[in-house]
Design a protein around this ligand. Structure first.
Ligand code: ATP
Ligand code: MG
Length: 681
């Protein structure tokens, strides 16, 4: 029991707050452990307590690896663990916690040589990856063919499927992208060049972080060394890992087989990224001697909510976890709210949110969830009008904003002058510089030993002469021996960038504020590399996210896609647009498997609620932007709201209903969601 002078019983008093099954899992000895359990049964809490337990028993925190779905989740779990053992966060600060991608990034820098990489590699996000594919596609002359070559986004999706699913291109095309099958040879060549370009430029895409890590572990000696760094590996949300990740975990356990994973097959919602529930089913086979623990008591939701969600998931054809029972009796039935239209839905949600707020539930403990990011657009407008603050998770991320990408591109060039995608981006901000001139500048810099400062000596772009010179001066400041701390570097780039920003974009003031926030966050870093990696790997999802922990009196409503709501919980949850076409999304109803995943999404959404759950759907959608079609069309409630589910809910309607509406609602049309989307295309 280490050097702790407290006696054992007192020291582990917190174990009494767990139920027997949780306690057994927390105190499990050595060897593999699989916890399969439904939503809200305390899987994440059990995992956090297990970390605490291991540390309390003397495991060096630096030898614990905790893999989670977001960085925030890892931080929360580690601080929870620290609180439990009452030693403050210092006790867990040294533990390795984060997403697979972030940990991959960290390990690949340490073992760069063995992985055949240069440790200065930069990471590009999905947008960059698409751009690079696009450039190559263009070079190959694939864009102007008679039959349209797949779009850049599709190309990346195909590539990513192959990598993450460890599947061959023909297989992937046949199963997931049959309409691209004719292009197999061209796609293969495209991907071949894509990989070569990335290697030349010393950049990795997200998938590479896993792929290189997996390959690195393929070498027995290296695998032993890397896995030897850790006494325990713990993984949350295991149902959403893919084959590469499963393979990585196997490689990471060469030295010992202390691994704990937790998951819920009913909440698997990332198969479009190659995640597979099979990982969970195969776990005992991959790790012989696995102990399996089940948790069946739900601590999150009141009984009536649980009865509804149990009925909902009962529709699933394949399911391993059992019905849950609630540790929280009492409570109100969930409400199913038929709204006259989207306006009525917004008014209803806002009305209820404020009502709960008056009753003492802060805004941040209430969340509005939706299937796709665009579905909250009109609600956001309404919240803005009423001065209700909100934060949105999912959808367009802060880092995807053009001006933020510009600034980051400059920093990336400073970090890795071979990063062509970043060069192209920043050079084309300058006057009269198109792709051809940019290419020549890059060649010029390369000839000068890849020194970014050399850009100022390029004479082939008269209109951009001053800008290139300003760039060179900035590079000289940033790359000077001794260097500037990351925040000062951002400040220096901002000064260089400000005139370009004003020329290029509307509303420069608001954009400058974003960049100021970026400078603020850079202030928390000592190295530019770490700052850039964190930004690329776990990008802040909003400016609010950048500002650090919120002030105590700050409060905002949470808006989130269902995917981004995973693992979270709120006192009150509003699932909006629960109409067929939106949930299930009509983009995902081609196969029974897709529809099953949509059902699990609905399940994830509804199981986020602790005390109050509202499921709302608008009866009609207006299409004023489509002058030639009828003014509105009618929706139907989600097919997942079967009579068995609805029987456990309280019905309600919002907005004045005309009689004719209700009857025409029966003859609903299914193309509504598509029409709404077309509004944004
Ligand atoms: P999800 O599947 O949604 O990720 P989960 O299984 O990870 O859920 P947790 O988030 O760990 O569940 O726990 C759900 C809620 O129940 C949390 O508020 C947690 O603090 C609480 N809880 C878990 N176990 C207990 C317990 N033994 N006693 C009291 N509360 C508990
Ligand atoms: Mg959890």
């Amino acid at each position: 029991m280490g050097t702790d002078s407290r006696n054992g019983a007192e020291k582990y008093a917190w174990l009494d707050e767990l139920n027997p099954a949780q306690r057994r899992a927390v105190t499990h000895g050595a060897g593999p452990l699989l916890i399969v359990a439904g939503a809200g049964t305390g899987k994440t809490r059990t995992l956090a307590c297990r970390v605490a337990y291991l540390i309390a028993r003397g495991t060096d925190p630096g030898r614990i690896l905790l893999l989670t779905f977001t960085r925030r989740a890892a931080q929360e779990m580690l601080s929870r663990a620290a609180a439990v053992i009452e030693r403050g966060t210092g006790a867990t600060a040294r533990a390795w916690g984060g997403t697979f991608h972030a940990i991959g990034n960290r390990l690949l820098r340490i073992y760069a040589k063995a992985a055949g990489l240069n440790a200065e590699f930069t990471v590009m996000d999905e947008g960059d990856a698409e751009d690079l594919l696009n450039v190559i596609r263009h070079d190959m002359g694939l864009h102007g063919r008679e039959k349209r070559f797949p779009r850049k986004r599709t190309c990346l999706a195909v590539y990513s499927r192959c990598v993450n699913g460890v599947e061959s291109l023909p297989e992937v095309l046949k199963r997931f992208f049959p309409w691209c099958a004719d292009w197999e040879q061209d796609l293969k060549e495209l991907f071949r060049r894509y990989v070569a370009r990335k290697q030349e430029q010393n950049v990795l895409d997200y998938d590479d972080l896993l792929l290189y890590w997996m390959r690195l572990l393929g070498d027995e000696r290296v695998a032993r060394q890397i896995s030897g760094r850790f006494d325990h590996v713990l993984v949350d949300e295991y149902q959403d890992t893919n084959r590469v990740q499963a393979e990585i975990l196997r490689g990471m356990r060469r030295g010992n087989d202390n691994i704990t994973v937790v998951g819920d097959d009913a909440q698997s919602i990332y198969s479009f990224r190659g995640a597979t529930v099979r990982n969970m089913l195969d776990f005992p086979r991959h790790f012989p001697g696995t102990a399996i623990a089940a948790l069946e008591q739900n601590y999150r939701s009141v009984q009536p909510i649980l009865e509804t969600t149990n009925r909902l998931i009962a529709q699933s054809r394949e399911r391993y976890t059992k019905d849950l029972w609630s540790a929280r009796p009492g409570g109100a039935k969930p409400r199913l709210v038929t709204c006259r239209d989207e306006d009525a839905q917004n008014a209803y949600v806002i009305g209820r949110v404020l009502e709960h707020y008056e009753q003492g539930i802060p805004l941040r403990r209430q969340a509005v969830l939706f299937r796709a990011a665009y579905l909250s657009a009109t609600l956001e407008v309404e919240l803005g009008k009423r001065n209700i603050r909100y934060q949105k998770y999912g959808g367009l991320r802060f880092l995807e904003a053009a001006h933020v990408k510009d600034l980051v591109a400059v920093l990336r060039v400073m970090e890795n002058p071979r990063d062509r995608i970043a060069w192209f981006r920043l050079l084309q901000l300058m006057d009269g510089v198109g792709p051809a001139t940019a290419q020549r500048v890059i060649d010029h810099v390369q000839a000068a030993g890849n020194d970014p400062r050399a850009a100022s000596g390029f004479t082939g772009a008269p209109a951009a002469q001053d800008q290139l010179r300003a760039f060179g001066a900035m590079a000289a400041d940033i790359l000077a021996p001794g260097g500037l701390p990351p925040a000062s570097q951002v400040e220096r780039v901002r000064r260089f960038y400000a005139p370009l920003l004003k020329k290029r974009y509307e509303n420069p003031r608001a954009r400058e504020r974003d960049l100021e926030s970026l400078e603020q966050i850079a202030g928390r870093y000592r190295s530019r590399r770490k700052f850039l990696s964190d930004l690329q790997l776990d990008p802040p999802r909003s400016t609010g996210d950048l500002a650090g922990p919120p002030l105590k009196d700050e409060d905002w409503l949470v808006l989130s896609t269902i995917h981004s709501a995973k693992g979270c919980e709120w006192d009150a949850v509003f699932l909006i647009h629960a109409s067929d076409g939106c949930l299930p999304s009509d983009m995902a109803t081609d196969t029974p498997e897709e529809i099953e995943e949509e059902l699990r999404l609905a399940y994830v959404a509804m199981t986020r609620a602790k005390d109050h759950l509202y499921v709302t759907w608008p009866l009609r959608y207006y299409h004023t932007w489509h002058p030639h079609t009828d003014r509105h069309s009618y929706a139907q409630p989600s097919r997942f709201l079967t009579p068995e589910v609805v029987a456990r809910m309280e019905g309600e309607s919002a907005g004045e209903m005309e009689r004719e509406d209700e009857s025409s609602g029966l003859a609903a049309r299914r193309d509504i969601a598509a029409e709404i989307r077309s509004m944004w295309e």
